[in-house]
Design a protein around this ligand. Structure first.
Ligand code: PEP
Ligand code: MG
Length: 595
């Protein structure tokens, strides 16, 4: 029977596919299709892994010391029994044969099916056997990882046609793990947790495929291999849709693809309002490999390079100066002289250094990570690491136009200390005879305190960039990653709009470049409002540039002033702004529609 699950819409469009359930601890299992001809060999890999684990377990049992607890041999027997259970090995083989999944993927798919069956058991003893099953599967996955994969995952997934499309369903996925799904087999995502501007959602959005987060029960209600529709516009997930519903969504899917193709044609059109105001549209990127996509989308520079993604999932080993330099230089060279704004590492809260620490950060060691040692605070508390990053950025500046952006600045002293660190980094490079260019230093404005002392801050900065994602979180005291308070996370809140308007106005008065790089910049619902506030630089995911540009092309800025004044004084700015919009002359069609 068809069911609907409601969540938060993350990115445009509709995805229709079979569900692949993935537990967050298993997201790094390789997911790729194998050719028909490879099926027997892949089944053989599975068999070899099972035999290897069987030998391991039997040896363990045989060599148990005499003083080992009496339950241990019995436990190993349970593991051996599970290992040979037809429900595990037989069904896993089916995933390989019927769906052409690689062995690791097939095994984890079957584990999700069986884990759920265990969860539903009434008997406590049996329910607890799920942990044993997970251990057995972990062992098999380890055994498989030691055996060389038969085909390289990227080669296998690329260009494999003829299979059903797949959508990924998970309780939660860490942002760094989400990154590894870029360009993967999945055509849509659903997660149970997360807010609209959680970093997982941001990475999902940057992948430009339909996604819904905060869908609460989704991973419990959806079964492995179910047909699922993900409506990324409405935030709805339809499980096992009826033929008529499916047909409707297929129609919408085609419409949305046509719309995308139409918008894509705008990419080389200069971004200028109807009354001739040029508007800079920049790209947000997470990794160097996103830079070519940014260029292709028509971005005139990188407004936010979230450098922390280079630091994640490295088991505590931070990237070396040379490694960082290579990454930054790669982006700078790709952009061919267009500006590249590199944000110094903004680690913390939902962006942990590695996967395991996310739970620790949230629940154990740090009382309130969103207010803790994160972003610029962390950088200043690790001076050697910070200088190393600054040296790498400075060295990349020898290859183009680079700006340094400091995250989460709240104190003047943070800017002063960062400038000193930059000075020392330059000196070290000069001593070493390494080349660099002058770089501008800017700050993210994402804490209300920074807005309140902005005139003082601006005296020490070359530019600012408004991080609306955190600005909303810290102004309204709403955790941006918590779906339970998602309805209160409101970019239209009068306090938020007043802080943004004030930042833009004060920066312009001081003659300092101001941009918005939070998610509001890429949402066409806010384009006119931000233009009315005087914003002329927007930074967003490459996939959003065309729709924002379309709005820019249709806007006559000088007509917006009266509506803005009213909206900023209103108790309900969204409604006031919409009403003002309706009373304005409908824009004339100047032939600016994409052909
Ligand atoms: C923001 O806070 O708006 C921002 C752009 O930074 P991040 O989303 O990485 O915190
Ligand atoms: Mg931020």
């Amino acid at each position: 029977m068809s069911i609907q699950v409601f969540g938060l819409p993350i990115s445009r469009g509709v995805a229709i596919g079979r569900a692949v359930l993935v537990a967050s601890s298993r997201v790094d299992v390789a997911h790729y299709y194998i050719d028909e001809s490879r099926v027997p060999t892949e089944v053989d890999r599975l068999r070899q892994a099972r035999d290897k684990v069987a030998t391991e377990l039997s040896t363990l049992k045989r060599e148990l010391p005499a003083e080992a607890p009496a339950e241990l041999p019995a436990l190993l027997d349970v593991h051996l029994m599970l290992l040979h259970d037809e429900a595990l090995t037989g069904a896993t083989k089916n995933w390989i044969e019927m769906r052409h999944y690689n062995a690791e993927w097939a095994l984890s798919a079957q584990l999700e099916v069986m884990a759920r069956q265990f969860d539903e058991m009434d008997d406590d003893y049996l329910r607890e056997r799920k942990a044993d099953l997970e251990q057995v599967v972990e062992r098999m996955l380890r055994a498989l990882s030691k055996a060389e994969p038969l085909v390289s995952p990227s080669a296998a997934t690329a260009g494999h046609g003829g299979e059903d499309p797949l959508v990924l369903v998970a309780n939660d996925i860490a942002p760094a793990d989400m990154l590894q799904f870029k360009g993967s087999v999945f055509s849509g995502f659903v997660t149970d947790v997360g807010g609209k501007t959680s970093h997982t959602a941001i990475v999902a959005r940057s992948m430009d495929i339909p996604a819904v987060v905060g869908a609460r029960e989704a991973s419990r209600l959806i079964r492995q291999d179910d047909w699922v529709v993900i409506d990324g516009d409405a935030g709805v997930v339809v499980v096992d849709p009826s033929p008529i519903v499916l047909e409707e969504y297929r129609f919408r899917q085609r419409q949305s693809e046509l719309e995308r193709a139409r918008l894509h044609r705008l990419r080389h059109t200069p971004s200028v309002t109807l009354d001739g105001e040029p508007v800079e549209l920049l790209a947000n990127i997470e990794l160097p490999r996103d830079a070519p996509v940014a260029l292709e989308s028509g971005a005139v520079g990188i407004g936010l390079f979230r450098s922390e993604f280079l630091f994640m999932n490295r088991n505590g080993n931070l990237p070396s100066e040379d490694e960082q330099f290579t990454a930054y230089r790669g982006v700078v060279e790709t952009m061919h002289g267009l500006p590249v704004t590199i944000r110094t590492v903004d680690i913390g809260v939902d962006k942990p250094l590695d996967r395991l620490t996310i739970h620790e950060l949230r629940h154990e060691h740090v009382l309130n990570p969103a207010l803790g040692l994160r972003a610029i605070r962390w950088s200043l508390s690790e001076p050697a690491m910070f200088r190393q990053q600054l040296r790498a950025i400075l060295r990349a500046s020898a290859f183009g136009k680079v700006r340094v952006l400091l995250p989460m600045v709240a104190q003047l002293s943070e800017i002063r200390l960062a400038r000193e660190a930059l000075g020392r980094a330059k000196q070290q490079l000069m001593d070493a005879g390494l080349a660099f260019n002058e770089v501008e230093l800017g700050a993210m404005i994402e804490i209300p305190a920074a807005v309140l002392i902005l005139p003082s801050m601006l005296r020490h900065l070359d530019f600012v960039s408004i991080g609306t994602n955190d600005l909303i979180q810290y102004t309204l005291a709403i955790d941006r990653a918590d779906e339970a308070v998602a309805p209160l996370y409101d970019p239209w809140h009068p306090a938020v709009l007043q802080l943004i308007a004030r930042t833009i106005e004060l920066s312009r008065q001081a003659g300092k470049h101001v941009s918005v790089c939070g998610e509001m910049a890429g949402d066409p619902a806010f384009t006119e409002l931000l233009l009315a506030m005087g914003l002329r630089s927007f930074s967003m995911h490459p996939a959003q540039i065309a729709s924002v540009k379309q709005r820019v092309l249709r806007t006559e800025v000088k007509k917006l002033a009266a509506g803005l004044a009213r909206a900023l004084q209103s108790d309900d700015p969204m409604q006031t702004w919409a009403a003002a919009r309706e009373t304005r002359e409908p824009p004339r069609d100047m032939g600016l529609e994409a052909p």
